[in-house]
Design a protein around this ligand. Structure first.
Ligand SMILES: O=C1CCCN[C@@H]1CCCn1cnc2ccccc2c1=O
Length: 513
């Protein structure tokens, strides 16, 4: 059966799963929480990889590869870093029929894999900065219900790990990487992001601070953490004894210089990117692919051929399709033709709309006479008859227009889904209206806990209890770098909307993935 049986607004999670499977992006696997990433989606990941890899090379980051296995000793090097995550760690305990002397963990992230070797390799400040990245998969045995691309027990990602002589080096690199993450979403995936810093409660506990980019899913009104870039401070270099001689401190009386723990960053972006793109742009006909990441940007389909037409007519039309494919391919537009004999044009239109191909070109005998072609945009379904004359430039421009229109549309929808909320009684109604909220906030963890408590639906008395999912409370998503100014937050005067203490920041809050 082609097409979708459920609408995006009707049952979002069923729509999401169906659009992924019927567009051949992904298939389910016989182990819960694991999925097969098929070529249509894998092309998106490869495009992201190429784009991001080029960006980090401008910062002299080098790619490498560490083992996926972590010894128990290494993993537990620092108890409090690992304690909250321990239930998610997967262990190898047996090979064949023989038990391993020691269980071996499968990496959930690679700090504890890498940093013992940072300690070994970094002996002098001249070995700094060290900037490594690896493209790999990690395993986190989550028990919350899995969601393809969004929450999976194994996922593909990149993880960057760097070491600097001073805080400034770590600060500036963490921010540069976050800007690259933002451009992955805004330039490639046409999805707008809000960047900021995580609260103390939401940050990576092992580090000094976490910067983040936060997305918004209009269909559910939920925020989604899209990527994070941490300044780890010196906590990991103290844990793993990554030390150099301080080049700025004179050697003391008996000649040995002061020791300095290096400053570190770590940063990660995963295949969650693909899930965000699908959720934001998809519609009731299926995927809507941003042109920059779509494996096929233009699909050419012969049409208007009836039984009245001769084989010669058919051949003429088919050849015109193939000519067009080669013309567009020559100028690096990813074009293809669907010349399958056993499907009608209408069936093909549905098929390629389901896969979200940005432009469809329909060519028939009449078009050949007029030396033109009918174009149909996937994002707006707008039709236009285009002269075959100079078609390469016309299509290239149309793809650019689609890319920027998709970002503009997603940005309008995101802006409509984010509200200034200046009093508590507006907060929960805004959440229930599928909005994220900027709120004047005291930026304390206990207040954050109270906000979560008071905003989970169970707390809100007479709301009709939504059996499907009694809604979760609101979390702080980030403290945006770009603080709202209308109305301005007046230090020493503006109050936190939850606890009434002085507000120090605007926080972005919302229900989230
Ligand atoms: O985000 C990133 C970016 C990439 C490098 N790692 C950092 C922090 C990862 C935090 N984290 C997340 N889940 C975990 C699960 C099990 C064990 C450890 C962890 C863990 O440390």
């Amino acid at each position: 059966k082609l097409g979708l049986e459920v609408g995006k607004e009707e049952d979002f999670s069923r729509w999401y799963q169906q659009v992924l499977t019927r567009s051949d992006m992904l298939d389910y696997y016989d182990i819960s929480g694991c999925y097969i990433i098929r070529p249509w989606a894998y092309h998106v990941w490869q495009t992201i990889q190429e784009f991001f890899d080029k960006k980090i090379k401008t910062l002299s980051v080098k790619n490498c590869y560490f083992p996926m296995f972590v010894s128990q000793r290494a993993l537990e090097q620092e108890k409090d870093h690992i304690e909250g995550f321990a239930p998610e760690v997967a262990w190898v305990t047996r090979a064949g029929s023989s038990e391993l002397d020691e269980p071996i963990a499968i990496r959930p992230t690679s700090e504890t894999v890498m940093y013992p070797y940072f300690a070994k390799w970094i002996r002098s400040h001249r070995d700094l900065p060290l900037r490594l990245n690896q493209w790999c998969s990690v395993v986190r045995w989550e028990f919350k219900n899995p969601q393809p691309f969004l929450r999976t027990r194994e996922f593909l990602w990149q993880e960057g790990h760097c070491a600097y002589i001073d805080k400034a080096g770590a600060d500036s690199e963490a921010r540069a990487i976050l800007a690259f993450y933002k451009s992955v979403y805004e330039y490639l995936l046409a999805v707008p992001m809000i960047d900021g810093v995580k609260s103390e409660k939401e940050k990576f506990a092992g580090g000094l601070y976490t910067t983040t980019i936060e997305g918004y899913v209009p269909a559910t009104g939920r925020g989604i953490q899209a990527a994070t870039s941490h300044n780890l401070g010196q906590s990991f270099s103290k844990m793993f004894n990554v030390v150099v001689e301080d080049p700025n401190s004179p050697a003391n009386a008996n000649g040995d210089a002061a020791k300095l723990n290096v400053w570190q960053t770590s940063w990660g972006l995963s295949t969650r990117t693909i899930g965000v793109m699908v959720m934001v742009h998809g519609d009731d006909k299926g995927l809507v692919m941003p042109p920059r990441v779509s494996e096929i940007q233009v699909i050419i389909i012969p049409t208007g051929l009836t039984t009245k037409h001769t084989d010669k007519d058919r051949a003429l039309v088919h050849n015109a399709c193939l000519d067009l494919v080669s013309q567009l391919t020559k100028v690096d537009i990813r074009a293809d033709a669907d010349l399958r004999e056993n499907y009608t044009p209408g069936f093909k239109y549905n098929h390629w709309e389901l896969k979200g191909v940005p432009i469809r070109l329909e060519i028939g005998p009449k078009d050949l006479e007029k030396n033109s072609v009918l174009s149909v945009r996937r994002d707006t379904f707008a039709k236009a008859s285009l002269p075959l004359e100079n078609i390469e430039e016309t299509i290239a421009n149309l793809l650019e227009t689609i890319q920027s229109d998709m970002l503009a549309k997603a940005t309008r929808e995101r802006d409509a889904g984010v509200r200034m909320v200046l009093s508590w009684d507006e907060f929960v109604p805004a959440l229930n209206n599928k909005c994220l909220c900027y709120i004047p906030w005291c930026n304390t963890s206990e207040c954050e806990d109270a906000i979560k408590e008071r905003s989970s639906r169970a707390e809100v008395g007479d709301e009709p209890q939504d059996e499907k999912a009694p809604s979760m409370g609101a979390k702080s998503l980030c403290i945006p770098f770009n603080q709202p100014t209308n109305p301005p937050l007046v230090p020493g005067e503006t109050k936190c909307i939850q606890c009434g203490n002085l507000a120090t920041v605007y926080g972005l809050f919302g229900r989230s993935y």
